[in-house]
Design a protein around this ligand. Structure first.
Ligand code: 5GP
Length: 192
């Protein structure tokens, strides 16, 4: 998606540890027009796939999911980064290893909001090693929900998450795939 690639080139900052900072428009300050265009693009790609729910993970996924859901006319449900244990057994839980913080955390999603009746599109801001996505897929599997697709804003193509998910048979659409980045340059994978 040209608009997103241009924005990354203009305002993205490469930080130590292979972290791309995009807090000017995606992770802290939010460019709502850009997010709306991202939602429209996900709808163009997945609009015919019978999706009835958008699933994501807090915090950065929520804005993307909401703008996407507007185009689909369906609800959003987001996994929470859990602070308490699942005492009542009323939530699905999974463990995720955080790329940015280097530690494990639990995610939870209420059993009320995901079931075998659901056919979901999972969206997130970044795809790197795929750990966050594996946690979300695990939650969908526990719920018996079908995963119709995975929509990512920025995939770091030099990390294995995206290609592993494609090999596993998921329909993955990443609007920008960064193939290489360092302090001086950043290049994208050509996509049709
Ligand atoms: P993964 O689980 O695929 O390794 O990493 C994806 C998650 O880590 C995303 O939800 C995102 O929040 C965070 N993340 C991974 N790489 C980056 C990055 O380069 N920049 C930012 N801002 N977040 C990242």
């Amino acid at each position: 998606m040209k608009l997103l690639e241009e924005r990354i080139l203009r305002e993205g900052q490469v930080r130590p540890g292979n972290v791309l900072k995009v807090d000017c428009f995606l992770n802290h300050q939010l460019d709502v027009e850009l997010l709306d265009a991202i939602g429209a693009e996900f709808h163009r790609i997945f609009g015919g796939d019978g999706i009835n729910k958008i699933v994501t993970i807090e915090a950065s996924g929520i804005a993307i999911a909401c703008m996407t859901a507007r185009h689909f006319g369906v609800p959003v449900v987001f996994a929470k980064k859990a602070k308490s244990k699942n005492i009542d057994g009323d939530v699905y839980t999974s463990v995720v290893h955080s790329f940015t913080y280097g530690r494990d955390y639990d995610i939870t999603l209420s059993k009320k909001f995901l079931s075998p009746a659901d056919r979901v599109l999972i969206v997130d801001d970044f795809l790197a090693n795929g750990k966050a996505m594996k946690g979300l897929l695990d939650v969908c599997r526990q719920a018996g929900a079908q995963v119709a697709g995975i929509g990512i804003c920025i995939e770091k193509g030099f990390q294995p998450g995206g290609d592993e998910l494609r090999r596993a048979g998921y329909k993955v659409a990443s609007l920008a795939i960064v193939d290489h980045m360092d302090d001086d340059s950043l290049t994208f994978r050509q996509q049709d």
